[in-house]
Design a protein around this ligand. Structure first.
Ligand code: NAP
Length: 267
C-alpha cells in the first residue's frame, strides 16, 4: 500500500530539481503524476525517466506566467485522469535571467544585484513567475477541486528567503514571502471546505538552482555559516516533506509553512 494510492498529482516545475524529485517520490507511493514545465525537450526526457518507475506519468508544457497555458494544463490533467487530488507549485526562478542547468552569472560587483541597481523589468519577471504564477496555479487548483468535489492538498514551494533577507536577492525574497502569505490567506478561505493549503520553505538544496553557489568557495562558506547542520539539503528531503503534506498524515495541517533547512533559524 502506497501513501498516495489512487491519487492524481500535478506538479509545476516537475521536470527539474525539487519538482522532479517529488514526482519520483509520489510515483513510488502510488500516485499518477503530471509533470508540467516550460521546456518540452527536457520534459519529454523526464517523462521517459520517471515512467521507468512503473507509474502513470505524463509531461505537459506550461508557462506559469500565462493563465491560458495553466488553464489548459489543468483541463488536460482532468480530462486524462478525471480527478485531481494534489497540486504542487514548484516552478520558480532565482533571478530574472535564471534557467535551470545553466550556471547563473552574477554581477562581479557585489552591489550589482542590490535593489538600488535592479531593473524594474527584472523585478517584475521574478514576481511574475514566483508569486503570480503560484497564485494562478492555486486559483485553478481550488476551482478544480471544488468543481470535482475533492478535498485535496495544495502545496506551494516558498523558501527560507521568504523569512530571511538575502542581500542581492530582494526580488526573490519578496516573491517567496508573498508565497507564504498567499498560502496562509488562501488556506483561511478554503480549508473549511476540506481543501488544505500548505507551503514548504527549503533551505539550500542540491538542485540546478544552487549550482552556482555550490561551485564557489564563497557561496559554500556563506551557506555553511547559515546552516547549523553544515551541509546542503538533498531534493529527497524536500520530496519527503511534500509527501507528508500531500498525504493524510498531515490531515490537520493548513496554512502552514514547513522549513526543512538544516536547523537554520528563520523566526
Ligand atoms: P530548478 O531545478 O531550476 O527547477 C525549477 C523549474 O521551474 C525548472 O524546470 C524551470 O524551467 C521551471 N520554470 C521556470 N520558469 C517557469 C515558467 N515560467 N513556467 C513553468 N516552469 C518554469 O530549481 P529547484 O531548486 O528545483 O526550484 C524549485 C522551487 O524551489 C523554486 O520555486 C525555488 O525557488 C524553490 N526553492 C529552491 C531551493 C533550493 O535550494 N534549490 C530553496 C528554496 C526554494 P527552466 O529552468 O528549464 O526554464
Amino acid at each position: 500500500m502506497g501513501k498516495l494510492d489512487d491519487k492524481v498529482a500535478l506538479i509545476t516545475g516537475g521536470v527539474s530539481g525539487l519538482g522532479r524529485s517529488t514526482a519520483r517520490r509520489f510515483i513510488e507511493e502510488g500516485a499518477s503524476v503530471v509533470i508540467a514545465d516550460i521546456d518540452s525537450q527536457k520534459g519529454k526526457s523526464a517523462e521517459e525517466e520517471l515512467s521507468t518507475l512503473g507509474g502513470d506519468v505524463v509531461f505537459l508544457e506550461i508557462d506559469v506566467t500565462d493563465e491560458a497555458s495553466q488553464a489548459r494544463v489543468f483541463q488536460e490533467t482532468i480530462e486524462r485522469f478525471a480527478k485531481l487530488d494534489v497540486v504542487l507549485a514548484a516552478a520558480g526562478i532565482s533571478s530574472a535571467s535564471y534557467v535551470s542547468g545553466q550556471i547563473n552569472e552574477r554581477s562581479e560587483d557585489p552591489e550589482g544585484n542590490f535593489l538600488f541597481n535592479k531593473s524594474v523589468d527584472d523585478w517584475r519577471r521574478v514576481l511574475e513567475v514566483n508569486l503570480t504564477g503560484v497564485m494562478i496555479t492555486n486559483q485553478l487548483a481550488v476551482k478544480s477541486m471544488i468543481e470535482l468535489d475533492i478535498k485535496g492538498s495544495i502545496i506551494n514551494i516558498a523558501s527560507i528567503a521568504g523569512r530571511r533577507p538575502l542581500p542581492g536577492a530582494t526580488d526573490y525574497c519578496v516573491s517567496k514571502s508573498g508565497v507564504i502569505m498567499l498560502t496562509q490567506s488562501l488556506s483561511a478561505e478554503v480549508c473549511g471546505r476540506g481543501i488544505r493549503v500548505n507551503a514548504i520553505g527549503p533551505g539550500f538544496i542540491e538542485t540546478p538552482m544552487t549550482a552556482s553557489i555550490r561551485q564557489s568557495e564563497e557561496g559554500v562558506d556563506m551557506v555553511m555559516s547559515m546552516t547549523p547542520m553544515a551541509r546542503f539539503g538533498v531534493p529527497e528531503e524536500i520530496a519527503n516533506t511534500a509527501l507528508f503534506l500531500a498525504s493524510e498524515e498531515s490531515s490537520y495541517f493548513s496554512g502552514q509553512t514547513l522549513f526543512p533547512n538544516g536547523g537554520m533559524y528563520v523566526g
